[in-house]
Structures are given as structure tokens and as C-alpha cells.
Design a protein around this ligand. Sequence first.
Ligand code: PLP
Length: 413
Amino acid sequence: MNLLLLIRFADGIGGPGETALLQMTVSDDRIVDGCRKNCRKWGEEEKIIMIDGRIYNFSAGPSMLPEPVLLRIRDELLNCGGSGMSVLEMSHRSKVYDDIINTAADNVRKIMSVPDNYRVLFLHGGATGMFAAIPMNLGTVSGTADYVISGNFSGGAHKEAKKYLREARVAATSEADGFTHIPRQEELALSPEADYVHVCWNNTIFGTKYSYVPETSGVPLVADMSSSIMSEPVDVSKFGVIYAGVQKNLAPAGLTLVIVREDLIEEREAMPVTPKIWNFRMEADKNSMLNTPPTFPIYVVKLVTDYLMEQGGLEAMRKRNVEKAKLLYDYLDSQDFYKTAVNKEDRSMMNVVFRTASEELDREFVAGQAARGFSNLKGHRLVGGMRASIYNAMPKEGVEALIGYMKDFAAAH
Ligand SMILES: Cc1ncc(COP(=O)(O)O)c(C=O)c1O
């Protein structure tokens, strides 16, 4: 096992507050414990920042998965559920797989308290696929919809919808302030004739998130929750559709989770042009198996949701995520070496964006990440600076280690 230890020296050993990195190869857990004890003697603080070559991956997606889930996948990889075959090799029509997909859907229902009049679908094409599938399935009454543009992905959803709708209106946009805030209710120019209102719940690139549910006077609210799904409880009954690419908080890429209110698929006809694999009614009738579904990501959704339930469900996730995000934002607010432009009320718990005073320093900060056991801290090219994506699977220790690096970097510059 490879260990990377970060030691912050106490008085009289190194300079107080100085840090050192130690790398060592050890053979079992008892030696890891011994290392921790010895490190405590040398330093006032010690952190194991990397075990077995695994690092803190701050990627915006695909992103970290809970380690117990990865280990379970490893354990079951050759023989899944006593079937004598890997889930990677398994027919989606088999009994074992039937249990997997049904349990995954049941778990989603339980963990998100999905009301009975909603269907849970597992579809192809990522969240981007839904940018087209939403207007195709829902935009058939007046042929119009209202889009709230709060960042890149809601802009992309709007652009795609224009291909299919008679009119895709912009109900509000925060482009003028560089998408640093979420448009408030009073900024929304909503039309009662709209077939739906579309929002992006958490803006992965700009680091903002809704802190209120828009009032749409009965018009179905559709939310892209790709980067915040299952990070905290949401009241599903307030939405017509919730959809999410699963590759941030739930599973590997290749699957879209769609939660849709039944009347929207029973009372509306999808556009004739709709590919059948994105026709919500047809997929609901076929239990998301109109064709071969993304079997492996669905299996991982089952394992991740099992794990989330064991951990105490979405209230427990919210508590952890609030704590992690608070650590990082409190640090950002306490100093002036790093800045974050995001409006305080709209700060994302999942994607924390920040920068130094210069692009050169930003580059140096990002270049130093690997030596501290981190990856993917570079901000999106549209924003620059840095971004730490701290989804459910990022442990608090990862955030603490990042803050340690931020402090050391600031002190050294
Ligand atoms: C909020 C949001 N919506 C949509 C997308 C696009 O997702 P996909 O790559 O699954 O199409 C992303 C991807 O990062 C995202 O963060």
C-alpha cells in the first residue's frame, strides 16, 4: 500500500507551521496506524492524504464514487448476485438484472421520497439528451416554454429547445453579471401559456445553486439537477420533471435519471419526431428497457443509493455537504488571497469556484496540486481560476487537505 503523509510541524522540530510530505510503502493497516501515531509525535497535525495511490479527485464529472461502492463493484465484478457472470456481461432481460434495475428505481423513490404519481426512468444520452427530449415530450400544448438562463448548461438547454418549439423564451438571465447569481423570483418573466419552465438547479461551471423553488403558477417546473442530485433533500412534488446526468453524484457516465410526473406523460403526446428511446411514455411502459439500457451505470446507481441509505439518506448527506462547503467558504471569507465572485446566497455546495489575484498564480496553484495528492482543481475554461467539486463522495478530509494547501500556497506567495 502506498501512503502519502502530510505533516505540519510543531514548534522546535521543523519551523512551526512548516509542512513536509512523506511517501512510504507499507504492507498492512497496522503499519498505517503506527505511522499515524509516530507522525503525531513529530507534528502537531498529520494527515494521510493518499492511500494506495488514490487521490482527492475534485473533478466536476465524472467524479469520485464512494470507496465502499468501488470495493463492492470489485468484489462482485466476476460473479454478480450468484449469477456466475459479471454484471458487465449480463443480459438486461435476466432475472438478476431485473432485480438490479427495479431495486435501483425503488431506491431512488425511497431516498428522494418520490410521490406515487411520478415515474422514475433510466434513459440514454446524458443531460444533454434531455435538452432535446424535454421539449419533444412536454412542449406540445402551446409549443412554447420559458427558460431561466443561469449559466452555460441552461443556455445550452435553451438553444436546443429552440429547434423543437414554436418559441423558447428567456424568462430571465444572469449573464450580465457573469452568472454570479441565480435570478430571483421577481426577475422571472413567466408566461401562463408556457408548456413548462426550465431551470438548471446547480450551475456546475459558475458555482451557483437555487436556494428557492420558483413559483410558476401551475406551469410544470423542469429542473436539470445533474450536479446536485441527491446532495440534499428536495421536494419532488414541486417539479414536473427532474433530470440528471448521473456521472457526478450517482454512477459512471452513460445514464440519465429522469423523474417525471405521470400526467405529463399520460396527457401529453410527444412530438412525432421524438426518438422512441427518449419518448417518456414509451419508456415508462417498458420499465426503461425499450432497448438495452446502460446496464452498468444503473447497477452502480443501485449500489450508491444502497450506500446513501445506509449512511442516513439525504438529510445526512445535506448535513455532511453543508459542513464541507462551510469549511471551504468560511476559509475563503476569512482571507483575501483568494476571491470568489459568487453571490453569497447562491453559493453551490457542490462546486466551489475561486481564484487568486492573477492567472499566473492560478496556474501555479493548479500545477502544484498533484504533489499534494489532488487532481482536477482547474476551473472551467469559461471562468478560469479554480474549481473544487465536492460531491457526496468527497470526504471532509479531502476538503480539509485542500484548505491546508490553500493556506500553504497563500503563505508562500
Ligand atoms: C448542470 C449540468 N447540466 C448538463 C450537463 C451535461 O451533461 P451530460 O454530459 O450528461 O450531457 C452537465 C455536465 O457537466 C451539467 O453539469
